[in-house]
Design a binder for this molecule. Structure first.
Ligand code: ATP
Length: 657
């Protein structure tokens, strides 16, 4: 799909979209989340672009929602659907559903909706969905425990380019490598000439390293999985909680992911954990070991009577010797015991292996001092050894993990994509279930609703009276005040909007034609001034000239001007609509007058009050076809006439006949 061929996508937006990895796929999938990652494209705009792309694909001229009220009804339906998505993505994706006049688009969504309505929604899957988000690109990886080394300027430049994640160092000779080995856990020498050199530390000569970056920086392959670990896990949980087919072995993928921390480190490896804990606890353990030794020594000294000959004491004092000499002379064994205890404590509390223990024991020298003190340089060496061992093991494990995960990116994308799409499907399923919806049938002419309950009512859905109503050609809808005329128009509008979105409708059954546009005019508040009146009449000129396939719903247009003139104008509009073959319902309290003025037989449907109970009207909410309903005042006068002997009420009643 040519990006700039999409209506509303100018060169600038096309350029912005082109920066995405696969803008065409995102457009085809209606993936609003991805589209809104293009620079300068907001989510609202992304949804509009996705809708425009769908329209282009289906040759859909658009413009189905022709009036503000029609758009409001669409928004309200969309909000109901969005409220049932779990993920942000789902809510945004829902925005790509719109009422269309194009059969292929309606069919496309109906196929999706049909499958969605067959799905079972469970708490487990909704919980799992809460953790699913679109996958994101990892931040730039930077590795500091390894470096590449070369003597060659050209190799240096190539290395910087090929493996930007690692520092690249220039050295003159093997001594340079040895220096680097002191600062890095691993040095990878890129020059063949280094083959065979003996240097302390982890120095590897790998002239082919640049052609195998995953070996050198497994972090590159792992970063995607680390950044998206929780989302992928949530998508795995979604697949487990439903019957979605998984593109891969979920246990194997989950196992591999459990080896990763969220920031790309190694998780769940006992040896790495041991080394990390030893490093964390090193300083505290050294301090504790000193305490152990000093406590022992103090106890030993306190328990001992030291006998020293006067000559010896003099000689010691003359030499300016301190108590240390006394310790070595008199308490050598106790000192050795105390230091041993310190060494054992250090080795045991840090759970050191033999090699590490050998270094650790040297932290406490044999030369007696009081208090017992550690050798900081040995502790530093131990810290370096532990760090290097940890980093080397991590790198090895990362390499293994990278090998395992490198080919799984597509699977992860498919898993998350399917989970996100499922959210949209389940929202449709819940919508259909919550409002007892059915898929409508498309047929030849008009609309026929049975057992419809409008979602726009101000009463709870299960308390709404089901309404049957059909529209064929042009009709007036009359009826008692608060009988449900506006609600009937709302019901028709929302049923038609949902049906042409390709979605299920809140009714027992609906049959309708595929309309080209919906013109729904809400009740005008009060009489309009001359200018506003003129523009309303102009608006209706457009509607009346509209195609035969339009559906026109108008609520009490008479209030725009004085009743006599209103009836004439409405009659004229109805004539034009009738001639054009449009479908229309005009709610009016002037149905009788309009019918008399119009030059054709206007059908007048009526919402009837079946009576008055305790001063309250009891209404049959389903309009009766071809029946001018009695008005509320007529009903009241009729009631009074029935209850009283007075002829006054009969006189009033006669006026209604
Ligand atoms: N199908 C229904 N089920 C239950 N309650 C309904 C139904 N239709 C309408 N109502 C109730 O009746 C009220 C009035 O409905 P609505 O505004 O549609 O009447 P109306 O005939 O357009 O009134 P008006 O003549 O004053 O314009 C609604 O607010 C709602 O509470």
């Amino acid at each position: 799909m040519e990006l700039s061929a999409i209506p509303g996508v100018g060169a600038k937006t096309a350029d912005a979209l082109a920066e995405l990895d696969d803008p065409e796929a995102a457009l085809r999938a209606g993936d609003v989340a991805t589209l809104s990652r293009a620079p300068g494209v907001s989510e609202g705009r992304a949804a509009r672009i996705a809708r425009a792309a769908i329209r282009t694909e289906h040759d859909d001229p658009g413009g189905f929602l022709a009036t503000d009220r029609a758009r409001e009804v669409y928004r309200a339906m969309l909000d109901e659907l969005k409220a049932r998505t779990v993920t942000d993505y789902g809510a945004k994706r829902m925005e790509t559903f719109y009422p269309s006049a194009a059969q292929s688009r309606i069919e496309e969504v109906r196929t999706f909706a049909e499958r969605a309505m067959d799905r079972t929604v469970s708490e487990a899957v909704l919980d799992a969905l809460a953790g699913v988000e679109p996958l994101t690109d990892p931040r730039d990886v930077s590795v500091r425990d390894r470096c590449l080394a070369t003597t060659n300027g050209e190799t240096y430049a190539t290395a910087r380019e090929a493996i930007p994640e690692l520092p690249v160092e220039v050295v003159d000779d093997a001594r340079g490598l040895a220096d680097l080995a002191r600062g890095y856990s691993t040095v990878i020498a890129l020059d063949e000439t280094f083959a065979g050199v003996e240097v302390d530390g982890d120095v590897r000569v790998e002239p082919n390293a640049l052609s195998n970056p995953v070996e050198v920086v497994p972090e590159r392959a792992l970063a995607f999985f680390a950044t998206n670990r929780d989302r992928i896990r949530a998508a795995i949980a979604v697949h487990r909680a439903t019957d979605l087919d998984a593109p891969c072995d979920l246990d194997a993928l989950e196992d591999a992911l459990s080896g990763l921390t969220g920031d790309g480190g190694i998780a769940g490896d006992a040896e790495v954990d041991r080394l990390a804990t030893a490093l964390d606890d090193l300083d505290a353990a050294v301090g504790m070991a000193e305490n152990v030794a000093n406590d022992r020594l103090r106890e030993a000294i306190e328990e001992r009577d030291v006998t020293i000959e006067g000559a010896d004491l003099l000689s010691l004092v003359e030499r300016g010797a301190g108590v240390d000499s006394l310790l070595s002379r008199e308490l050598a064994d106790e000192y050795a015991d105390a230091v041993d205890a310190a060494r054992d404590h250090l080795v045991e509390s840090l759970d050191l292996d033999t090699g590490e223990a050998e270094v650790a024991r040297r932290a406490f020298g044999d030369e007696p001092t009081y208090p017992v003190d550690h050798d900081e340089s040995v502790v530093s060496r131990l810290r370096e050894d532990l760090t290097a061992a940890k980093e080397r093991r991590e790198t090895r494990l990362k390499r293994e993990l990278a090998d395992e995960l490198a080919d799984r990116r597509g699977d992860a994308e498919a898993l998350v994509g399917a989970a996100l799409e499922l959210d949209v499907a389940l929202a449709v399923a819940r919508f259909a279930d919550d409002y007892d919806c059915t898929l409508p049938t498309f047929a030849d002419e008009g609309v026929a609703i049975e057992g419809g309950r409008s979602l726009l009512l101000d009463v709870p859905h299960d308390e709404a009276d089901p309404v049957d109503y059909g529209i064929e050609g042009v009709a007036l809808l009359s009826g008692v005040n608060s009988g449900g005329k506006t609600s009937t128009l709302d019901l028709v509008a929302s049923v038609v909007v949902l049906a042409q979105m390709g979605l299920p409708v809140p009714a027992e059954s609906v049959r309708l034609q595929r309309f080209s546009s919906l013109h729904y005019h809400a009740k005008t508040q009060g009489t309009l001034d001359a200018g506003a009146f003129e523009s309303t009449v102009r608006e209706f000129a457009d509607v009346a000239d509209g195609g035969a396939d339009s559906l026109v719903l108008v609520d009490e247009l008479e209030s725009i001007t004085e009743p006599g003139a209103s009836a004439k104008i409405i009659a004229g509009i109805l004539e034009a609509l009738d001639e054009n073959g449009a479908s229309a319902v005009f709610v009016s309290h002037l149905a009788g007058e309009i019918r008399e003025t119009a030059n054709f037989e206007v059908t007048v449907d009526g919402i009837e009050a079946v009576g008055l109970v305790d001063g309250e009207l009891v209404v049959n909410r389903s309009p009766v076809k071809d029946h001018l309903a009695r008005s509320t005042p007529e009903l009241i006068v009729e009631k009074l006439a029935g209850e009283s002997e007075a002829t006054f009420y009969d006189r009033l009643l006669e006026k209604f006949e």
